[in-house]
Ligand binder design. Structure first.
Ligand SMILES: Cc1cc2nc3c(=O)[nH]c(=O)nc-3n(C[C@H](O)[C@H](O)[C@H](O)COP(=O)(O)OP(=O)(O)OC[C@H]3O[C@@H](n4cnc5c(N)ncnc54)[C@H](O)[C@@H]3O)c2cc1C
Length: 407
C-alpha cells in the first residue's frame, strides 16, 4: 500500500497500516516529512486539547458527528499516550491546551520517523504525486525523472492549502475533481482579515498587541457571545488567536454580505457604568490620552483605535467614549489569503467517503487529514483530527487490502 503525503495524517496512516502487517511505502514531495508539523511546534506546539468530550467534538462545528466517530477510535487521550510511547510526555497548560513537555515538535517527529523506519515503512522523499497514468499507475515527479507505481490501496494525506511553501499546496484538488470526487474549494481558516486602516494607524501600530480584549461578530442574525483573548493589529488589518477563533464565522459573513462587523471590547474588565462614571470626571488640563489612561486604563493602540473610529467632537463626550470602548466596531473587508492562514476549510467532502474514509468514486483510495472538509479552531483540535483521520484511513486501507487478499 502507498501513502502520499508525510504530514501527521500520512505518518499516522502509515504507522497504523504497518501495525496491521501491511507493507507501506510513503511518498512525500518535499525532501523531508512533517514540515508543517515542525512549524506548528515553533511557538509551543498544541498537540491536542484537554477539553473533555463531547465539548471537544463540538469544536468541529457541523462536522462534530463525523469527527466524533474518528475520535471514538483515537482521541486526545490516545494521542497523549502515543506521544508518551515515543518518549515525549505532555502537559495540560492553563488554557487547557496540551503541549509536549519541552513544547517542541522536533524530538517527537524525529523519534516517530525513526520508529516508522524501524518498523519497515519505506520513505520516498522528493516524490511529488502528479496524477495517474492511463493504466492506473500512480504518477510521481522525482529528482531522477518520472516514476510510476502500482498499489493495491492508497492513502492520500496531502494537506490543505495554507503555508504552501511547506508542501501542502492544494494542487491535488484538480486531480480528484477530474476523477469525480466532490471537493469543496479550499478556503482560509484560522486567518487574519483586512481592514482599511488610516495610514497613521497602520504605519504606527502594525504589530501592536491588543490585550486584554474581547470580540464578537455582529451580523444580520445578531451578535455572537463576547470572547476574551488577544489579537494583533497588522499593517493591513487584524489577526491573532482571538480573531482565529471567530474566523470561520467572520469569513462566512463576508461571503454572505460582502463584509463583516467585528465588535471589540477594549476594556473587558470594566463595566460600561464604571467607564461612564470615570470618564465623566473633570479632565482639567490633561490631554485626552492621559485622561483615557487614568480613567479607563487605556493606552497605545487602544487609544489609537478610538481616534480611528471617532470624530474629534465625539472623543470629548464621555458617554460616546465609554460606549465605544465597550463596543468598537470594525468593518472587515476580506480574509487574508489562504497561503497565510494557519489552516484550511474545504476539501474532500465527507459525503464523498465511506466511514473508513475510502473515496466512493475511487475504491481503494482513502483520504485523511486537513485535505478533508472540516475545520476547527487552533489549540490542538487541528492536529487531533489529523491524527484521528490518519488512524482511521490507515486502518480502513489495511482492512480493505486484507479483505481483498482473502476474497
Ligand atoms: C504556523 C502553523 C502553526 C500551527 N500550529 C498548530 C498547533 O499548535 N496545533 C494544531 O493542532 N495544529 C497546528 N497547525 C495546523 C497543523 O499543522 C495542520 O493541521 C497539520 O499539519 C495538517 O496535517 P496533514 O497531515 O493533514 O497535512 P500536512 O501537515 O500539510 O502534510 C501534508 C504533506 O503532504 C505533502 N504533499 C502535498 N502534496 C503532495 C503531492 N502532490 N505529492 C507528494 N506529497 C505531497 C506535503 O509536502 C506535506 O508534507 C499549525 C499550522 C501552521 C501553518
Amino acid at each position: 500500500m502507498i501513502i502520499i503525503g508525510g504530514g501527521p495524517a500520512g505518518l499516522m496512516a502509515a504507522e497504523t497500516a504497518r501495525a496491521q502487517g501491511i507493507d507501506v511505502d510513503l511518498y512525500e514531495a518535499k525532501g523531508s516529512v512533517g514540515r508543517k508539523f515542525l512549524i506548528a511546534g515553533k511557538g509551543g506546539m498544541n498537540l491536542t486539547h484537554g477539553e473533555p468530550r463531547p465539548a471537544f467534538d463540538g469544536r468541529y462545528g457541523e462536522r462534530a458527528r463525523e469527527i466524533g466517530a474518528w475520535l471514538d477510535d483515537f482521541d486526545a487521550t490516545a494521542l497523549r499516550n502515543w506521544a508518551h510511547h515515543l518518549g515525549v510526555d505532555t502537559f495540560v497548560g492553563s488554557s487547557g491546551r496540551v503541549f509536549p513537555s519541552d513544547l517542541k515538535a522536533a524530538p517527537l517527529l524525529r523519534g516517530w520517523v525513526h520508529r516508522l523506519r524501524e518498523s519497515g515503512v519505506r520513505f520516498h522523499v522528493h516524490h511529488r504525486w502528479l496524477g495517474w497514468r492511463g493504466d492506473g499507475a500512480w504518477h510521481f515527479a522525482t529528482a531522477d525523472g518520472e516514476s510510476f507505481v502500482h498499489a493495491g490501496a492508497a492513502v492520500l494525506a496531502l494537506g490543505g492549502g495554507s503555508w504552501p511553501q511547506l508542501g501542502s499546496d492544494g494542487a491535488w484538488q484538480a486531480q480528484l475533481v477530474a476523477r469525480g470526487v466532490d471537493v469543496a474549494p479550499l478556503q482560509p481558516a484560522n486567518c487574519g482579515f483586512d481592514i482599511e486602516w488610516s495610514a497613521y494607524l497602520s504605519s504606527r501600530f502594525a504589530g501592536a498587541p491588543l490585550k486584554p480584549v474581547a470580540a464578537r461578530l455582529h451580523d444580520a442574525s445578531g451578535r455572537t457571545p463576547m470572547l476574551q483573548g488577544e489579537c494583533v493589529i497588522t499593517q493591513s488589518g487584524i489577526e491573532g488567536s482571538l480573531i482565529y477563533a471567530l474566523s470561520a464565522r467572520l469569513r462566512d459573513a463576508i461571503t454572505r454580505q460582502g463584509y463583516a462587523i467585528l465588535e471589540l471590547d477594549l476594556a473587558p474588565d470594566r463595566t460600561l457604568d464604571r467607564l461612564r462614571h470615570d470618564l465623566a470626571k473633570p479632565r482639567a488640563s490633561r490631554t485626552l490620552s492621559e485622561h483615557l489612561r487614568r480613567q479607563a486604563g487605556l493606552a497605545g493602540v487602544k487609544t489609537a483605535l478610538l481616534h480611528e473610529v471617532l470624530e474629534p467632537a465625539q472623543r470629548h463626550d464621555p458617554e460616546i467614549l465609554a460606549r465605544t470602548i465597550k463596543c468598537l466596531s470594525l468593518r472587515l473587508q476580506r480574509a487574508r489569503p489562504l497561503a497565510e492562514a494557519i489552516s484550511s476549510a474545504g476539501g474532500v467532502r465527507l459525503e464523498a467517503l465511506h466511514d473508513a474514509l475510502m473515496l466512493t468514486a475511487l475504491p481503494g483510495v482513502f483520504c485523511a487529514g486537513e485535505m478533508l472538509d472540516w475545520e476547527a479552531p487552533t489549540g490542538g483540535y487541528l492536529l487531533t483530527a489529523c491524527f484521528a483521520s490518519g488512524y482511521r484511513a490507515g486502518m480502513g486501507a489495511a482492512h480493505w487490502l486484507k479483505a481483498r487478499a482473502t476474497a
